[in-house]
Design a protein around this ligand. Structure first.
Ligand SMILES: *Cc1c(COP(=O)(O)O)cnc(C)c1O
Length: 401
């Protein structure tokens, strides 16, 4: 058997050093559980960063992908396929507004498509938010505020203005008649699960539309049931009035782990591209589309929207019961925990030692984004282990390993 250590050494010799050296090499997954190369089992509370909506190895997802691959795997966009058309229809139905869809292979690509779409308004200015994350390609990076990500790659596509997140007055001041689109995440995921005031998205819509600009919501992390509704902008816990975005971008959980992204644009915005304006070889691939249809079916049939809300509330209550967690945030199964001290990295390490995979979004914020079908047993196991995880993280020297 090849061990973690042996794999890690080989990784370091052959993979580009973009992610640092891996600590753990995973070999197998089942439900919300994964196993590493040394045979250790973990409860996966990160879900491939909000991707494994149905957990690992879900039989419906395996069957859908297998059947589609046996039937028709790839065709290019010179041709169309039933799964692609059915998936577009399903997504438009869930959005509840007339819309057109462009499929991609990732979140960054969905945002690239949307960015290009906004240029077709004849305006170029984008108003985005501080703390935003929209991906790593040049266009998506131009929309991402974090200096450490941007600076090594400048010059980036221009005319992007950043305003403080959750601040309606800042939007009022920045959005004008030159603005093509206002771009916001309904919850900032990478920034550490930051939830804006409930009037923020409705106000962003009003301000955008008063100026003839588009409202573009990046729901790549928050969409597809993650917060307990199909789209986060439909969640009454997150908005105090209905929101109808002009553009919505999706990816992560959409196909439960098979690469896919989507750019949805409503009404006029959905007709801004002319033939030849954009393209993709893989986007809308029948296998990815069939996987996404299976994910949407299982979420609906097993009532995973309500389940995500319930399990998220339990996780927040369990984690927040300890005084070393000063704030619990998020909605549904996008969970953010603010620690009393900047020990998120230590918490992640201690959690992994205890058999739980978490993520340090920032120095003091821990993020969880587990499968939407997370079981009670897994929530209870986490609740039982959590105080000792914090003991190790807050006082690593004082506790026996
Ligand atoms: C993950 C993420 C992206 C980028 O998606 P990739 O598939 O990694 O390119 C963009 N926006 C948000 C909000 C994300 O969470």
């Amino acid at each position: 058997m090849t061990t973690n250590a042996a794999w890690t050494e080989r990784y370091t010799g052959v993979l580009m050093n973009t992610f640092g050296s891996p600590k753990t090499v995973l070999v197998r997954g089942q439900g919300a559980h994964v196993w590493d190369a040394d045979g250790r089992e973990y409860v996966d509370l990160l879900g491939g960063i909000a991707v494994n909506a149905l957990g690992h190895g879900h039989p419906r997802l395996v069957a859908a992908v297998t059947e589609q691959l046996e039937t028709l795997g790839h065709i290019s966009n010179f041709f169309a396929s039933g799964p692609q058309i059915r998936l577009a229809e399903r997504l438009v139905g869930l959005l509840g507004t007339e819309a057109r869809v462009f499929f991609t292979n990732s979140g960054a690509e969905a945002n690239e498509a949307a960015f290009k779409l906004t240029r077709r308004t004849g305006r170029t200015k984008i108003v985005a938010t501080e703390g935003s994350f929209h991906g790593r390609t040049m266009g998506a990076l131009a929309l991402t505020s974090k200096l450490a990500y941007r600076e090594p790659f400048e010059p980036l596509p221009g005319d992007v203005v950043f305003v403080p997140y959750g601040d309606v007055a800042a939007l009022e001041a920045a959005v004008d008649r030159d603005t093509a689109a206002v771009l916001v995440e309904p919850i900032q995921g990478e920034a550490g699960v930051i939830v804006p005031p409930r009037d923020y998205l409705p106000s962003a819509q009003r301000i955008a539309h008063e100026n003839g600009a588009l409202l573009w919501l990046d729901e790549i992390q928050t969409g597809v049931g993650r917060t307990g509704t199909w789209f986060a902008h439909q969640n009454p816990a997150l908005v105090d009035a209905p929101v109808v975005p002009d553009i919505v971008t999706l990816a992560k959980g959409l196909a439960g782990g098979i690469p896919i992204g989507a750019c949805l644009a409503t009404h006029g915005a959905g007709k801004l591209f002319d033939p030849g304006n954009h393209g993709t070889t893989f986007g809308g691939n029948p296998v990815a589309a069939a996987a996404a249809l299976a994910v949407l079916d299982v979420i609906a049939e097993e009532d995973l929207l309500a389940h995500a809300s319930a399990q998220g509330a339990k996780l927040r209550a369990a984690a927040g019961a300890d005084a070393r967690v000063v704030e619990t945030r998020g909605a549904g199964l996008l969970v953010g925990l603010t620690l009393a001290e900047p020990r998120a990295a230590e918490v992640v390490t201690a959690a992994q030692d205890a058999g739980f995979l978490l993520n340090a979004a920032t120095a003091e914020r821990v993020r969880m984004a587990p499968p939407l079908n997370l079981t009670d047993a897994d929530v209870e196991a986490f609740a039982a282990a959590w105080p000792a995880i914090l003991d190790h993280a807050f006082d690593p020297a004082g506790v026996a390993p």
